[in-house]
Design a protein around this ligand. Structure first.
Ligand code: SF4
Length: 348
């Protein structure tokens, strides 16, 4: 199915990661990104800091600015409210929209927004300043929200809330990324139900441009530090089943930096490696370096695949700007895209 739809081309997006705030109102058991007030690294980036990262990325050929941030921290922490007030904002979404606009106008990078659960108005607002958005569904298992589960006391991890956000993005015709986090306590049945739920949303709205299958990694300092990690076979089987269950036009992605045997994913239907940054660390998994692009390209060539750069918006959505993109974003993307919709300057 992968070969029939995507051929032997596997893509990646050259991007910088902008962790706009490390505050978050949730407390997921596997998260190393989140910082509580007073902890080292707890902060809201200033516009100057955001622009400095984006500009360095642009100089290194990046075309995407991936904004990742904690969920609605201003509803939980006075420190987050104060930081926003100093910047002249009352909500993280308002601030995010402003810095997306700044990055777009000052650097030309196209924002991709991972802002958590969102209302319809927030999605419309962010669509005007970004090319695409994302929210990992992670799992439809409600059990994981029970006491002792990784999503206990995480209001934004209630599956219904996440499904609603993805549905709202569908109604707003936003090219959307979602996915599964595997190995956090879900059963195989729940994993399959998660894939099925994503497939259903895509059948209704057609907006799911990619699905990520991400493996849980145990790290010191998290609540799940001693939780077993999913093994290599589980990743391979989940990828293969996702490829078979989902519509073939949905890009299937797994991060190459979370397993030393990532090349095996090529045999399981994968056609995309996601974001690879020449500049910024993976803030979600800071201990895991990305493979060097030249090395990745030659490893893939040895298996009969070509590595090509794509933009944050996949070709299918770039080709339908009236439905999926606001004019300023469509113009920007058409300046960055080849005739086939992939990125103009590609890795060779
Ligand atoms: S995984 Fe996301 S929602 Fe959960 S604590 Fe970390 S930043 Fe917040």
């Amino acid at each position: 199915m992968r070969d029939a739809h995507w051929g032997r081309v596997v893509t990646y997006s050259r991007k910088v990661f902008i962790p706009l705030t490390t505050y978050c109102r949730d407390d997921c058991g596997y998260c190393v990104f989140v910082k509580r007030p007073g902890e080292p690294g707890a902060k809201v980036m200033t516009p100057d800091e955001v622009l400095a990262v984006a500009e360095q990325g642009r100089a290194l050929g990046c075309k995407e600015a991936l904004f990742s941030l904690g969920e609605k921290p201003e509803r939980r922490y006075a420190e987050a409210r104060d930081a926003l007030a100093r910047l002249g904002f009352r909500s993280m979404t308002d601030y995010l929209a402003a810095v997306c606009e700044l990055v777009l106008s000052e650097t030309g990078l196209v924002p991709h927004v991972n802002a958590g659960t969102m209302e319809a108005g927030e999605i419309e607002r962010l669509k005007s300043v970004s090319g695409s958005m994302g929210l990992m569904l992670e799992s439809v298992s409600k059990r994981l929200c029970e006491p002792g589960g990784p999503h206990h006391a995480c209001p934004d991890k209630v599956p219904l809330q996440r499904l609603r956000t993805i549905e709202r993005a569908g109604r707003a015709a936003v090219p959307f990324t979602t996915g599964l986090l595997i190995g956090i306590g879900e059963t195989w049945r729940e994993r399959l139900e998660t894939i099925e739920a994503i497939g259903d949303l895509h059948r209704r709205f057609g907006h799911i441009q990619e699905v990520i299958v991400q493996n849980f990694r145990a790290k010191p300092g998290i609540a799940m530090a001693n939780h077993p990690e999913p093994d290599h076979d589980e990743m391979r089987r989940t990828l293969a089943v996702a490829r078979l269950m989902l519509a073939p036009e949905i890009s299937l992605q797994a991060p190459p930096n979370l397993s030393p045997r990532y090349l095996d994913y090529l045999d399981c239907g994968l056609n995309d490696w996601g974001g690879i940054s020449p500049l910024t660390a993976d803030h979600i998994n800071p201990e895991c370096a990305w493979p060097h692009l030249d090395r990745l390209a030659s490893e893939m060539a040895a298996r009969g695949f070509r590595l090509q750069e794509r933009l944050t918006v996949y070709p299918r959505y770039i080709a339908d700007p009236a439905r999926y993109l606001v004019p300023v974003i469509a113009d920007r993307l058409s300046g960055l895209a080849r005739d086939d919709g992939l990125a103009l300057q590609q890795m060779q």
